[in-house]
Ligand binder design. Sequence first.
Ligand SMILES: Cc1cc2nc3c(=O)[nH]c(=O)nc-3n(C[C@H](O)[C@H](O)[C@H](O)COP(=O)(O)OP(=O)(O)OC[C@H]3O[C@@H](n4cnc5c(N)ncnc54)[C@H](O)[C@@H]3O)c2cc1C
Length: 596
Amino acid sequence: MTDVAIVGMGPWGLSVLERLVTGALERPSSRHDLTVHVVEPGTPGSGVYGGPQPDYLILNTPCGQHSMYPFAAPGRAGMGFYEWAVASGYQWVGDRCDVTTRGRPLTPHDFLPRRLMGEYLAWAYRCLEREAPEGVTFVHHPTTAAGLEAHDGRERLRLAGGGVLDVDHVVLTTGHTPNGRPPGAAFLPPYPVDGLAGTVPELTSVGVQGMGLVALDVVMALTRGRGGTFVRRDGRLRYRPSGTEPRIALFSRSGTPYCAKSLGATDLTDEFEAVICTRTALRELRADGRRMDARRELLPLVFAEMTVAYYTQAARLAEGPGAAPVVAERLAAAWRAGRFSGAVAGLADRFGAFDADAHFFAGESESFVSSKDYEVWVTDLLATDVDAALVPNGASPVKVAYEVLRPLRDAMRDAVEYGGLAPASHRDFQANLRNRVARIVAGPPVHRNEQLLALMDAEIVRTPFGPSPEVVPDGDGAVVASRLLDRQHAERVDRLVAAHIDQPTVHDSSSPLLRQLFADGRVRQFQVDGEELGSIDLTEDFHPVRADGHPERRLWVFGALAEGVRYYTAYIPGPASRVRAFLDARVCAEQILEEA
Ligand SMILES: Cc1cc2nc3c(=O)[nH]c(=O)nc-3n(C[C@H](O)[C@H](O)[C@H](O)COP(=O)(O)OP(=O)(O)OC[C@H]3O[C@@H](n4cnc5c(N)ncnc54)[C@H](O)[C@@H]3O)c2cc1C
């Protein structure tokens, strides 16, 4: 008899469960004797997508790209998210998704409300429960795990509200586990966004710290969520206010908004073949265990690959499909011969200039005279990007170059995870570069950035402070003052929202479970060359490393809790660029099933 506890049954816990069930089904001759204890206070499967959520909170990936059954599974009950939503009868009614026959049918390119993902994941959990072979049993414990101790050669999990569970393996998939220190008393949390109705009064002014996806959720809650509507007039989206919106000032460290996902673009991970930033080239960066500098060694390869993508697409559009491989081969040969910039200059004459570095670090080397100057720059950047994203099927050469970061992100993991970067570069990667990649490739659907432009046009959303302003708390609000504008701009906002999600740490966690594991020396901070770097430390087969350097073989950690020692963990596992989660989970499931 083997007992395994999965602590946190969101999408990552579900991917471990899927691999356990599939692994058990693939061993038809074995007699199974496995109990899976699911410790989860919410609906099992749903994670952050559970509970009631307004439909304007949408996923940032098209529904056709999600499936909790990412591998061919003939005879299995599961299906992809799009197929499930259609089979469930969902259709669009305005910007809502309802079960109806009188709405507009869904397409695989649609960005559906997150609420539906919560339902889909809960459905997938129930499917797995039904499909589990004889001898594999699920037990749901609707509570949180509050502590964990080694006990008699097994693990004893302490459940909040009383009770213990003795198990052989514990899989920790608790997601975005918050840190202990709040960002400051003056800051309001962004979620649940409905809470902002109570904390941000009508007609006040609110400073939103962050310009990424969380900030867009906050903006939507304070506008669309307050009864405002978007209408298209003369081909352009306009905002019709309800009259109750606060004035919203967005700001962030980089001061650069996220790029939009293109209309009809698909995830090309399975077809993509790098010609410069290959897995071999990336592996060489780590040869003999050396630690690299991401800006100096990794990014040039990434930028070169983006440049190849831009010019091959530009050549395809201008001269037909036959021109693309010729350009790719010419650029790859020029890279090998050390003549890349000359070859690029030649192509720029034919197809226009493309500077991957400037796109990636947009804003970093800009200087702004005034608040107005910066606001015009933000609006132009958003509008140019929206125009590129509206080119059907993601065919704009700039967007094709951006999309290269999606498959490359997976290859980059091999270069940067588990101490691939020198300590200073690791900190730079976590603080700056990771967000730059996300800005380009993990942005909102294009209609969301069109809505943001409409809100800026209506002067409900502004960006008056420039990058990296100073924030001085003042009562319930704060005084925000520009630091990088030649002509200083400062104003008081009545409320402040911290619109970002910090990376989980182990030395400063708000989770009693993690705090105890850290205090007991059963987990430690990830270290590079003796420097402690905040996140949990893991072995390459996903076990936490103890303070004494030994692995905890009965414990496993996956998902956002592992961000830091690992790279790119906060996503819904699925096919193509999201399949790594299932491959990692398989390592864990196979070992548990072998032992069972
Ligand atoms: C608001 C928001 C929107 C997002 N939108 C997207 C998106 O559109 N697309 C995308 O790919 N990614 C998105 N993400 C990223 C997100 O990290 C992943 O999509 C996904 O939710 C991660 O899955 P997870 O299982 O790691 O974490 P979660 O979904 O957070 O699930 C973790 C689960 O652990 C449980 N838990 C926590 N602590 C304990 C404990 N001590 N004991 C027992 N249970 C516990 C929680 O109740 C929760 O159900 C979003 C994240 C947020 C916060």
